[in-house]
Design a binder for this molecule. Structure first.
Ligand code: HPA
Ligand code: ZN
Length: 326
């Protein structure tokens, strides 16, 4: 069997996916028209051409602007549904989706409009596409701690719909330690916790995420290699990394896939998972990320199978459910 067919067919989970990052240019145009919003690009092609980034911030500027077309509950529903159809076609059986409420509440969209649209699509997907799901609410780390705390308070009314909380947006200058009290409260309320760390930021931020925020997983974590004792700690505590290779190349964390730290992290026996991050912006969904790694590092079928198993092992689902998938 062809390797790409093998990658496509093997059951997988996706654990690092920003739902706002699945907004394909075609959908952006469609929603802009539906909501009467003017956009500064003349065509889908012109917009796609603009997807060249120098670093994380240059991407975030476009990503937050694009999210402006999401206005009504049905927009969030349609966005999520389109992603689920793509996930289904790639044999993704379980998804853990990030959403950024502050991106929307800051521009006057109600928290419930956002979560209801996303959640209804995920519920329909669980029923009709057989894709199970968790929802993870991310705090925007460039905003003050007080705003994250207010967002956490809003989320308490929707506790039954939200499994965990995370931390995303501009990393430099916004270390995990800025959010110690928010994560402490979130843990007390029963939320699972994750944080982006060591994407652009230093290994020190990964230490802070595990020691001060006590996270269950690290999102990205690709700079962990810079600290041997950190690698030992991640291994000892079996803390998974949700790695997004195409994202890291697009945002110039690595020059190309061949120089990505993935293989070294994987060979050290860390629980590495493969994910797409913001697939509409970075040129590929989960399967394309696996294929890029396979090509660059000559991964074997056993390697691919291990990565797929890792994705379920690292998921926020019960052991019984993992046993069904693995
Ligand atoms: N890093 C930080 N914040 C983000 C990302 C990312 O890769 N994608 C969407 N928000
Ligand atoms: Zn991310």
């Amino acid at each position: 069997m062809d390797m790409n067919v093998f990658i496509q067919g093997i059951p997988k989970a996706e654990l690092h996916l920003h739902i706002e990052g699945t907004l394909e240019p075609e959908t952006l145009f469609r929603l802009a028209e539906r909501n009467g919003i003017r956009i500064k690009f003349n065509s889908v092609e012109a917009l796609r051409q603009a997807y060249h980034f120098d670093n994380l911030q240059s991407f975030l500027d476009i990503y937050y602007e694009g999210a402006g077309v999401l206005q009504k509950e049905e927009d969030f529903y349609d966005l999520t549904w389109e992603y689920l159809l793509k996930a289904k076609a790639q044999n993704i059986r379980h998804v853990e989706i990030f959403f950024d409420p502050q991106t929307h509440t800051e521009r006057g969209i109600a928290f419930e409009t956002v979560i209801n649209g996303i959640y209804h699509a995920l519920s329909d997907g669980a029923r009709t596409l057989n894709i199970s799901f968790c929802l993870i609410m991310c705090f925007l780390r460039h905003l003050p701690e007080s705003e994250a705390m207010a967002t956490l308070s809003q989320a308490l009314d929707f506790k039954d719909k939200i499994t965990g909380v995370g931390l995303d947006s501009s990393e430099y200058g916004h270390p995990p330690s800025k959010f110690i009290r928010v994560f402490e409260k979130a843990r007390k309320e029963g939320f699972m916790t994750v944080a982006h760390a060591g994407e652009e930021g230093p290994a020190e931020y990964i230490w802070e995420a595990i020691q001060e925020l006590k996270v269950h997983r690290i999102d990205h974590g690709v700079r962990a290699l810079e600290d041997k004792s950190l690698i030992s700690e991640l291994k000892r505590r079996r803390i998974p990394l949700t790695v997004c290779p195409l994202s890291n190349v697009k945002l110039r964390v690595f020059k190309d896939i061949r120089t990505h730290s993935f293989k070294t992290l994987f060979d050290q026996g860390l629980c590495v998972t493969v994910n797409s991050d913001d697939p509409a912006y970075f040129g590929g969904y989960v399967v394309e990320n696996y294929i890029a790694l396979q090509n660059a590092f000559q991964l074997t079928r056993d390697d691919i199978a291990q990565l797929a198993v890792n994705s379920f092992n690292a998921a926020f689902i019960s052991q019984d459910k993992k046993d069904i998938f693995i």
